[in-house]
Design a binder for this molecule. Structure first.
Ligand SMILES: [Zn+2]
Length: 438
């Protein structure tokens, strides 16, 4: 039986704007006193009117452009109705059939293209906190996060292994950070992951697709990969037992228990019709002019893959370039680029020294680099080479030394230190000179 996992990812990114998506409340909610950052708009009180946050929409468009999406000339917001205590309004403002961006892609290192179905804008919900107060189980709600701008990136189910999913997530994470639209800090919940998984099984009776499962709210790339792996084997086993295959209505939602490393059933999935989407009546549709989009496109920074390519073109090894990008070592990247064409510097060597923590990319990086690489401060081989050269150039002195004039060692030490511009350790040189002269 041939097994092909079909993996898609929904990624929520919380944007780092000053204010919330539709009101003037601060968007930075992390660690703030509960319910101190709310207003009639984000609480959905009667008569309050939402005003879209331009910066947030710009960030959403930038993400879409960076993911090679088509930006739709007309888009609109919709109301997604559902009743849950973390949603003060009883609906969430999101985008349904006319999102800002659609039909993009991201390329993995293997060259495989992962389709991006859409990149749309919405608002975050509040947070529920389950506690025990006076011996009673209660749920507290904090609306500070309610209304914070979110972007949802929905991929096509084009990934066929958890490692592809992980690479996809890393790339999305790096793109978001390169754009500067969010810190995408997983621990703060600024990037939340929902893999959708099913499996295509091929046996003697043909192709069979297992029912689709969406795994909710995962906050680490490793957990996402583990949940996907678990889900793939669970679905294969389930198919072997029940023979159940995918229908338009049997999609389910599961959670992931990172301690037991299993997924568990949460609920059968709401259909779009359950959400009763309709156009948000308080916000008119958007018409985006080409000129505006072109200016946004041309102001995009160099994206991670482009940045890696530009470093590689300077002679830096790809693996070092990737580390510099993933650790967001901007200072080092700029410094390295500024030395392009400097004949005293081997950029590949400099990058590798920086990546390995042997050289700091501070202001005096060039001087430090030259000192480090001149003769290899601690590099015995380099020193030996220099001492041998001095010996070859002074055969008479070598013979005199070997005939008993041991004070001549000082001459060789002095010459060596001179050749290394004083960067070599005198004691090491002393020891080596004595060894070699014998
Ligand atoms: Zn507000």
């Amino acid at each position: 039986m041939k097994i092909t996992p079909l993996i898609g990812l929904e990624v929520h990114v919380e944007l780092e704007t000053k204010s919330k998506m539709f009101c003037g409340c601060p968007a930075d909610h992390f660690g703030k006193k509960p319910n101190t950052q709310t207003c009639p708009v984000c609480l959905g009180l009667p008569g309050a009117l939402p005003v879209p946050n331009q910066k947030a929409i710009e960030s959403c468009l930038q993400i879409g452009l960076a993911l090679n999406c088509r930006v739709n000339s007309i888009s609109k917001f919709d109301r997604k109705q559902y009743f849950y205590p973390d949603l003060a309004k009883g609906y969430q403002i999101s985008q349904y059939d006319e999102p800002f961006c659609s039909e993009g892609f991201l390329v993995l290192d293997s060259g495989k293209r992962i389709g991006i179905e859409r990149v749309h804008q919405e608002e975050d919900t509040g947070k529920l906190k389950h506690e025990i107060i006076n011996g009673e189980k209660v749920t507290l709600v904090d609306y500070n996060r309610g209304g914070v701008p979110l972007v949802e990136i929905v991929s096509r189910p084009d990934m066929s292994s958890s490692s592809e999913a992980k690479e996809y997530l890393h790339k999305i994470h790096e793109i978001i950070r390169a754009l500067g639209v969010s810190g995408a800090d997983m621990e703060k919940g600024q990037m939340r992951l929902e893999p959708t998984v099913n499996v295509c099984l091929e046996n003697e009776t043909g192709l069979h697709y297992t029912p689709l499962v969406e795994i909710k709210n995962i906050n680490s790339f490793n957990f996402a990969a583990q949940a996907i792996d678990f889900e793939v084997s669970r679905q294969v086993e389930e198919f072997e037992k029940s023979g159940l295959t995918k229908t338009p209505t049997n999609k389910t939602t599961r959670g992931y228990d990172s301690v037991k490393k299993v997924t568990f059933l949460q609920r059968t999935k709401e259909e779009a019709k359950d959400y009763r989407y309709f156009p948000e009546p308080d916000i008119p549709p958007f018409v985006l002019e080409n000129e505006y989009l072109e200016s946004l496109r041309s102001s995009l920074p160099l994206l991670p893959d482009q940045e890696i390519a530009s470093l590689v073109s300077l002679g830096i090894e790809k693996k070092d370039a990737k580390v510099l990008i993933s650790t967001q070592n901007r200072v080092a990247i700029e410094r390295l680029k500024s030395f392009a064409g400097d004949t005293e510097i081997n950029l590949q060597k400099m990058a590798s020294l920086i990546v390995n923590g042997k050289l700091s990319a501070l202001a005096n990086v060039k001087a430090d680099y030259l000192n480090l690489t001149k003769v290899g401060l601690t590099d015995r081989g380099e020193l030996e080479k220099i001492i041998r050269e001095i010996m070859v150039a002074n055969p008479a002195l070598v013979s005199a030394y070997q005939a008993g004039k041991t004070s001549l060692a000082g001459f060789f030490v002095g010459q060596t230190l001179k050749a290394t511009h004083g960067s070599a350790d005198a004691q090491t040189v002393n020891k080596l000179v004595t060894e070699l002269l014998k």
